[in-house]
Design a protein around this ligand. Structure first.
Ligand SMILES: NC(=O)c1ccc[n+]([C@@H]2O[C@H](COP(=O)([O-])OP(=O)(O)OC[C@H]3O[C@@H](n4cnc5c(N)ncnc54)[C@H](OP(=O)(O)O)[C@@H]3O)[C@@H](O)[C@H]2O)c1
Length: 257
């Protein structure tokens, strides 16, 4: 009997990469979203709203493993990431789920800002729950950084928090490592997942410009406060966990080739 997996956040950046990696002969994947795509296999999708609390119990019915990748970084993170995770955990406990895999971010316990604080609160809810669990923290995906640089790309001069250090990873490589945890065996706090190199935002932006043939002066945007200081200090990095192999330069080259 294949392992039954529920993937939340299946329409997101990570979920889109995770879904095909979770699907194999030994695993059946049920994908969840607030608005499942109309043109996909209806049987494989469920409608679920973590903030509204709808569809959650149906989503976890007969599920062995939950891979929880839903999040609302631009929205109400308290309602979705904290309360929504608590609702999902309660439903998973009632359904007898064997392993609840929670995707988190490297540095959530070191770097204080609202989204990270809510991710940490969700981690703690996972750890306190009756459901056996696995927590995997990843560094930023390449696409996340590219999306930010695209928003400033029209500017003649780029004001950026140049000293911030990041260790971006290809989302497919992150998905690959997370998919390894999607078994009925919980691992507790799993090892972090990081990209091949830690680099400053100035360096990442300069490489991005080089690859795209853009000529843009990059100027330091003052970013005071403890959040930026923690990123500058490298609290968002996991230098001993360079799981990804695709460098930022290789990824940007492939994206814009
Ligand atoms: N992006 C990064 O660089 C990065 C790095 C490390 C770790 N992570 C972590 O990886 C996970 C996935 O991130 P991502 O970047 O893939 O996120 P994303 O692209 O923003 O996708 C978010 C997903 O959550 C779903 N969602 C949002 N609100 C929901 C709600 N109320 N109820 C149910 N589903 C809801 C969305 O689906 P619908 O809108 O279709 O409902 C979507 O599928 C998160 O835990 C994030 O913290 C991200």
């Amino acid at each position: 009997m294949p392992t039954q997996i529920l993937l939340t956040g299946a329409t997101g950046t990570l979920g889109t990469a995770l879904r095909p990696q979770l699907q194999n002969a030994n695993r059946d994947v049920r994908a969840a979203s607030r608005s499942p795509p109309a043109d996909d296999d209806d049987e494989a999708w469920v409608a679920m709203d973590l903030a509204g609390g709808t569809g959650i119990r149906r989503a976890v019915e007969d599920i062995d493993v939950v891979v929880h990748a839903a999040t609302a970084p631009q929205g109400d993170t308290e309602a979705v990431d904290v309360r929504g995770t608590e609702r999902l955990l309660q439903a998973a406990a009632d359904a007898g789920v064997s392993n609840f895999v929670y995707v988190s971010i490297v540095g959530v316990d070191e770097i204080s800002f609202s989204y990270y604080e809510h991710k940490l609160a969700a981690e703690r809810a996972v750890e306190a729950s009756a459901v056996p669990s696995t927590i995997v923290r990843a560094t930023q995906f390449h696409s996340f950084i590219a999306d930010i640089l695209e928003t400033v790309s029209w500017l003649p001069v780029w004001p950026l928090p140049t000293g911030i250090r990041l260790q971006p990873i290809d989302v497919r490589e992150a998905a690959d490592a997370i998919a390894d945890h999607a078994t009925p065996d919980p691992a507790g706090r799993g090892p972090d997942i990081g990209g091949p190199e830690g680099r400053t935002v100035r360096d990442l932006a300069a490489t991005y410009c080089d690859v795209r043939g853009l000529r843009r002066p990059i100027v330091r945007l003052p970013f005071p406060g403890e959040t930026a200081a923690a990123f500058r200090a490298g609290d968002g990095l996991c230098p001993d966990r360079t799981v990804g192999t695709v460098t930022w330069e290789e990824w940007v080259t492939a994206r814009y080739d």
